[in-house]
Design a protein around this ligand. Structure first.
Ligand SMILES: O=C[C@H](O)COP(=O)(O)O
Length: 263
């Protein structure tokens, strides 16, 4: 569970699901399912497809919903001839505060390297967006017992050249690829092992104070039934939730996880 200075974050990554009408409905239902206190205790964010962002902005601003939102990717460039890409300034203008960088689905399907992730993290920070930087290993790496070093390499590559002042503004998400959309959740101990190692690496790269401020999420088949045990781990500060965030009531239950953790 998050330390006193780290507010828990539950981010719903909708991936390529829900049109703008469905997006509006989900956001309204989600907000109605959570109290002001619950939305204060836990930061709740949705990450819809680009085509839904204007609708989500209208819903959130129009009804003053205590829900944040962001995008699933951004261009490393600010503007120009990059057909199909969406830049940080375009996202910021739509009121986005978060953007996912380096999700395993982009690393796999779009061949995104650590260097590209580094450029995207820098672009996000330049344009006032909080990057949610994803790291995580495939099954082969996990079975070879190289998951901790694999994630450390991804982390270092994506953070290259960043100052401590910049690093405290980012969120890291540990997502074991073998647990994404498969129903196979990493055990709470698996999640803690890597999230803890990410924080230790941040101490080595920066310092204790910087590392203590960075929020580290776990993602991979998070559900209402398993979220509390994972969130009870000392270095897990929230969740990056895929499939279960497409159901307003299930996601709301996930966001209510503090009620199921004995403090
Ligand atoms: O970004 C979210 C993750 O890829 C997890 O997806 P999932 O909860 O459907 O396993």
């Amino acid at each position: 569970m998050a330390g006193p200075t780290r507010r828990p974050l539950m981010a719903g990554n909708w991936k390529m699901n829900l049109n703008h009408l469905e997006a509006n409905l989900l956001v309204q239902k989600l907000a109605a399912s959570l109290t002001e206190k619950q939305l204060t205790d836990v930061e709740v964010v949705v990450l819809p497809p680009y085509t839904d962002l204007r609708t989500v902005q209208t819903a959130v601003e129009g009804d003053k919903l205590l829900i944040g939102y962001g995008a699933q990717d951004l261009s490393p460039h600010a503007s120009g001839a990059y057909t199909g890409d969406i830049s940080g300034p375009l996202l910021a203008k739509l009121g986005c505060t978060y953007v996912v960088v380096g999700h395993s689905e982009r690393r796999i399907h779009h061949h995104e390297s650590d260097a590209i992730c580094n450029a995207k993290v820098k672009a996000a920070l330049t344009h006032g967006l909080t990057p949610i930087l994803c790291v995580g290993e495939g099954l082969d790496v996990r079975e070879a017992g190289r998951h901790v070093s694999h994630c450390a390499v991804q982390l270092e590559g994506a953070l290259s050249g960043l100052t401590a002042e910049q690093v405290v503004k980012i969120v890291v998400a540990y997502e074991p690829v073998w647990a994404i959309g498969t129903g196979k959740t990493a055990t709470p101990e698996d999640a803690q092992e890597v999230c803890g190692s990410v924080r230790e690496r941040l101490v080595e790269l920066y310092d204790q104070d910087t590392a203590a401020q960075v929020r580290i999420l776990y993602g991979g088949s998070v559900k209402a039934s398993n979220v509390a045990a994972t969130m009870a781990q000392p270095d897990v500060d929230g969740g990056l939730v895929g499939g279960a965030s497409l159901d307003a009531e299930e996601f709301a239950q996930i966001c209510r996880f503090p009620e199921h953790i004995a403090r």
